[in-house]
Design a protein around this ligand. Structure first.
Ligand SMILES: Cc1cc2nc3c(=O)[nH]c(=O)nc-3n(C[C@H](O)[C@H](O)[C@H](O)COP(=O)(O)O)c2cc1C
Length: 171
């Protein structure tokens, strides 16, 4: 077996960044008001029962607030609102400044710009190294047909240009 000693975080980030994902902002109505954070590690998990998963960093100051609320909404971002990814990734800032939202069935903030949203309750948490693996039960969800997804690939933002697969950077 070939030994690869270069498993440093920067190299892991660079190589694993070749796995393209969508981007989400995960929000909740907490005791201190609306809270949320940008999250790339979201994925669908199970259809029956309906489960999704994502992984907050152990350093996240927002996840403990969402965890305490026990319910949250995954807002899937559209390409034309890439700025929301940066805005919800700034720790300590007023992340909701200028962002219109309305309550989900569970009472969480649904961003007006969301391409789709998934209303969830916390189901389970597992150890994930410097992250926590969250499994959440889906309680309600909805999607729009009039927008395209925001993609994250090699540390950069992209939109989907066509069904043929051409990618157009929106960074
Ligand atoms: C493109 C992008 C993807 C991100 N994905 C994640 C993620 O999957 N998990 C996570 O914990 N943080 C992720 N972050 C970082 C958080 O958004 C950021 O650290 C967090 O909002 C910091 O604020 P907090 O201390 O309020 O949680 C991502 C940030 C960006 C810009």
């Amino acid at each position: 077996m070939t030994e690869h000693s270069d498993l440093t975080p920067p190299r892991l980030r660079t190589v694993l960044g070749h796995f393209a994902t969508g981007l989400t902002v995960i929000t909740a109505a907490t005791k201190g008001g609306p809270a949320g954070f940008t999250c790339q590690s979201f994925s669908s998990l199970s259809l029956e029962p309906a489960l999704v998963t994502f992984s907050p960093a152990r350093t996240s100051s927002t996840w403990p607030l969402l965890r305490e609320a026990g319910r949250f909404t995954v807002n899937i971002l559209p390409a034309e609102h890439q700025h929301l990814s940066g805005q919800f990734a700034r720790s300590g800032a007023d992340k909701f400044a200028g962002v219109d939202h309305s309550p989900s069935p569970l009472g969480n903030p649904v961003l007006d710009q969301a391409l789709a949203w998934v209303d969830c309750e916390l189901h389970a948490e597992y150890d994930g190294g410097d992250h926590t693996i969250v499994v959440a039960a889906v309680r309600a969800l909805s999607a729009r047909a009039d927008a395209e997804p925001l993609l994250f690939f090699r540390g950069d933002y992209f939109g989907v240009q066509s069904r043929a697969g051409a990618l157009e950077s929106v960074a």
